[in-house]
Design a protein. Structure first.
Length: 298
């Protein structure tokens, strides 16, 4: 009875030890991100730089967690490269030519991203090698920009010195004053222009009505001109001109009385002499009326 009890106690201790070992292994695997109950496939990824990368780093595909990083070690044949072991969930098939990208955030957290090659349907088999590369981050760009920025520092210092000289120049103050004066003049001009536009807007309806009236008058005049018989009018004008020419010829001719009167120089001189004598006679009558009027008183 005691032996059975002793054996039962040792068995319980052994079972408890095995359970503890299993729980320890499961706990460590869980902390590493490895799910021992979920089948996975192992692949190898070669990197040249694994800064920021750590075991249990998650692996994502299209933003979805599909595996974790198992281990890292230098390549025995080429120490400049690092071989990493990754576990991808069963059912995640990686096409040939796919790459693994190491993305390290500004805060230092790393993520492995599967860049699937969509141009082929041939898949890698577990144990194959995937080539990896590091995604260029902000600090990588700063390292390249820093030497260029350092070379620009003397030029920047020269520019700042020039700006300081320009600021201290008295002509700048005068220029600013002139600019302020010009701005003030522009503001006054704008105000005047606004007033003009306001007045124009008020007068615009009347101007528009006048334009409409003028347009109607022009249309009526055009209609009247259209209704005029141009041929008959032209004939009438020709007849009038012919009559004027005939009258002019008659006036120039000596055949008519008016023509003789206008063209006879002797008659013209006689008329002038007669008028002159009449003027002298009237003058003499005014000055010596007694010579012509004989008044007798009885």
């Amino acid at each position: 009875m005691s032996n059975n009890s002793k054996i039962s106690k040792e068995v319980r201790i052994g079972i408890s030890f095995l359970v503890a070992v299993f729980l320890l292994y499961f706990g460590i695997s869980f902390l590493k991100g490895v799910n021992i109950f979920k089948p996975s496939n192992v692949y190898y990824v070669i990197f040249e730089d694994v800064t920021g990368l750590a075991q249990s780093t998650p692996i994502t595909l299209n933003g979805l967690n599909v595996g974790t990083l198992n281990s890292m070690a230098l390549d025995a044949k080429d120490p400049s490269k690092v071989i990493t072991s990754i576990s991808l969930h069963d059912g995640i098939n990686v096409t040939k030519g796919s790459t693994m990208e190491l993305d390290v955030s500004t805060l230092g957290s790393a993520t492995l991203i599967v860049n699937m090659n969509q141009s082929t349907k041939d898949y890698l088999v577990p144990g194959d090698t995937i080539f990896g590369h590091r995604k260029k981050g902000v600090f990588d760009s700063v390292d390249k920009i820093a030497p260029q920025f350092e070379a620009l520092l003397p030029k920047i210092d020269s520019i700042l010195s020039g700006l300081q000289t320009l600021v201290n120049d008295s002509s700048l103050t005068k220029t600013i004053a002139n600019v302020n004066l010009i701005t003030s003049d522009l503001a006054q001009t704008t105000k005047t222009l606004n007033q003009t536009m306001t007045s124009l807007n008020k007068d615009l309806p009347a101007i528009t009505n006048n334009m409409v009236t003028i347009t109607d008058d022009v249309s009526g005049l055009t209609k009247q001109l259209k209704d005029i018989n141009i041929v008959e009018t032209h004939k009438s004008i020709d007849a009038t001109i012919n009559n004027v020419e005939y009258l002019t010829e008659k006036l120039k001719s000596n055949e008519s009385s008016i023509g003789l009167l206008l063209n006879d120089r002797q008659m013209y001189d006689s008329l002038n002499m007669t008028i002159s004598n009449m003027s002298m006679l009237l003058k003499d009558v005014r000055e010596n009326p007694q010579k012509y009027i004989n008044v007798k008183v009885f």
